[in-house]
Ligand binder design. Sequence first.
Ligand code: 5AD
Ligand code: SF4
Length: 340
Amino acid sequence: MNNFEKILNKGLETHILSDEEIICLLAEQDMQKVQKLFDTANLIKLKNIGNKVSLRGLIEIGNVCRKNCYYCGIRRENHKTERFELSQNEILADAELAWKFKYGSIVLQGGEIQTEKHIAFIEDTVKKIKFLSRNELGITLSLGEQSLDTYKRWFAAGAHRYLLRIETSNPEIYSLLHPADHLFSERLQALYDLREAGFQLGSGIMFGFDGQSYSDMARDLLFLKKLDVDMVGMGPYSVHKDTPMGKKHSVQNDSEMLILGCKMIAVLRIIMPDINIASTTVLQALAPDGREKGLLAGANVIMPNVSEVRFRKAYQLYDNKPGTDENAVATRSALEQSLL
Ligand code: 5AD
Ligand code: SF4
């Protein structure tokens, strides 16, 4: 047995891997071995979760954001982005559609807004979604950093999961990706506050950008394990040309990024055998069957977009986001086709 296979066997049996072992898995270029990594992760998923894909209806509620992350297309200072905010009735209509589609839960995703008006709006909207779905729809929020008090209000209203990516576990890299007033320490505190408020915690990272090493990525994966998150959404960085990072970044190779994305999912599945891991939209941007590849490498969650088409183009975190011109019914049938 070669070293690569020994590491996979250790992962399969113990779910414990060291930095060096993870680096060895991520750096492997021989596709036959890489396929074994994916198969091992998929096997672990089948054993611990079963052969099912959880669908969460994604509703992009608005793209107004107070933050200015260097990589993101909806950052505050991207004046080329047309801004939108869904009305409560629009969100409720999308939620109802997700409920009718029998999605077990929905994700309300949007930029970071900390005004009392917005906080109260979300609180009320969450209560109304619980009511209209007879308490059946689970609600995940992904609305950026907020105060502990806000998290408590949104949890009391009926949301039960929150997604907030740490982006990177390395404070130095964090400070390269963000302006000086976006603090790593505050992001970390937000994750602790979310847990204190009662939320099931989702987090994640972005990877594959210039200057980051396999060792950084290995540490990020081990950080997620240490944080003991319930759910992970993570994906490769993808250039948005109207951002400071996108303007400087080297050209990326889509198929390499997709393989890296799948390797990261696979290693995470090996070290966290029973958590929810999303196969994110960014994988689909890299190849038409990217999300399905993510599932075969150990992911178990897909978040089909249920937002109205007319707003999808504006929610552009990176260039060439897929599915911006199909409606929710088309998204669902495309998914059914690809998952059969
Ligand atoms: N490429 C990939 N992911 C991105 N995100 C934001 N901008 C990009 C980009 N250019 C991710 C971040 C953020 C989530 C909402 O989207 O990880 O947390
Ligand atoms: Fe706002 Fe999130 Fe984009 Fe940062 S990554 S600018 S917080 S939407």
